[in-house]
Design a binder for this molecule. Structure first.
Ligand code: GDP
Length: 225
């Protein structure tokens, strides 16, 4: 097993397939979507539990990574302007596969299972660990990853491990500080300053919409989108 797989090993909940995770619908556009068009089409394509199930159409991909319950699904929903596209849960460690959402028919948002949920039988997580490592290591169409941190908690050990891994494998990534609305002004300054020790974060709130524009701008700068 590779390094990243070992890192995930023991941390994922035995993941139960989510039957209806999203619907195909026309989405109201996010405030500053790169194309500047009025409508953005965001569609759930599939949940993959093995590399053979990854889409094969070669469209570029943006991956979303983070601890379980960090707000990954809420971020994806906020970016596409629809609450129900990615499944959100207040239950940490809620099971999920690697979920692919096609955006505007041009690229994918890829929602990877959250890490850091400890109540997971070791054996149950091994195949997931391999799958995620396979995705991050081998996926040629991966253009950018968002590493999402809870603004209240900042960097935790596994976040730093993942950051180190992404850098070692030359995977471009940006850091998002999520749930920023849960902090008051001085806590925000303190939290962002702490995150800055390792990387400049994009502050984000799914509640207020703060950061959506900046995150779209970052996505639009990604090559070949
Ligand atoms: P995931 O497990 O990383 O996909 O996290 P979810 O998107 O399911 O969010 C986990 C919980 O945090 C849910 O109860 C969300 O409503 C809540 N949440 C997510 N983002 C935000 C945010 O920006 N602000 C606030 N206040 N709550 C959030």
């Amino acid at each position: 097993m590779g390094l990243l797989a070992s890192w995930y090993y023991g941390w994922f909940l035995l993941r139960v397939p989510i039957l209806v995770r999203a619907r195909i619908e026309e989405q109201p556009v996010a405030p500053a979507c790169p194309s500047g068009i009025v409508k953005l089409l965001a569609e759930f394509v599939r949940s993959a539990s093995s590399p053979e199930q990854f889409p094969a159409d070669g469209l570029p991909e943006i991956a979303f990574l983070g601890r379980s319950n960090v707000g990954k699904s809420s971020l994806i929903n906020a970016l596409v302007g629809q609450r129900g596209l990615a499944f959100t849960s207040s239950t940490p460690g809620r099971t999920q596969a690697i979920n692919f959402y096609r955006i505007d028919g041009k690229y994918y948002f890829v929602d990877l299972p959250g890490y850091g949920y400890a109540r997971v039988p070791r054996a149950a997580t091994e195949s997931w660990a391999k799958l995620i490592e396979h995705y991050l290591r081998e996926r040629n169409t991966l253009r950018l990853s968002f590493l999402i941190l809870d603004a209240r908690r900042g960097w935790m050990e596994k976040d730093l491990d993942l950051k180190t891994w992404l850098e070692a494998h030359r995977r471009p990534y940006l850091v998002v500080a999520s749930k920023i609305d849960k902090l008051n002004q001085s806590e925000q300054l303190h939290g962002i300053k702490a995150i800055r020790q390792h990387a400049e974060p994009l502050p984000f709130s799914a509640v207020t919409g703060r950061g959506v524009r900046e995150i779209w701008q970052a996505i639009s700068k990604t090559h070949q989108l």
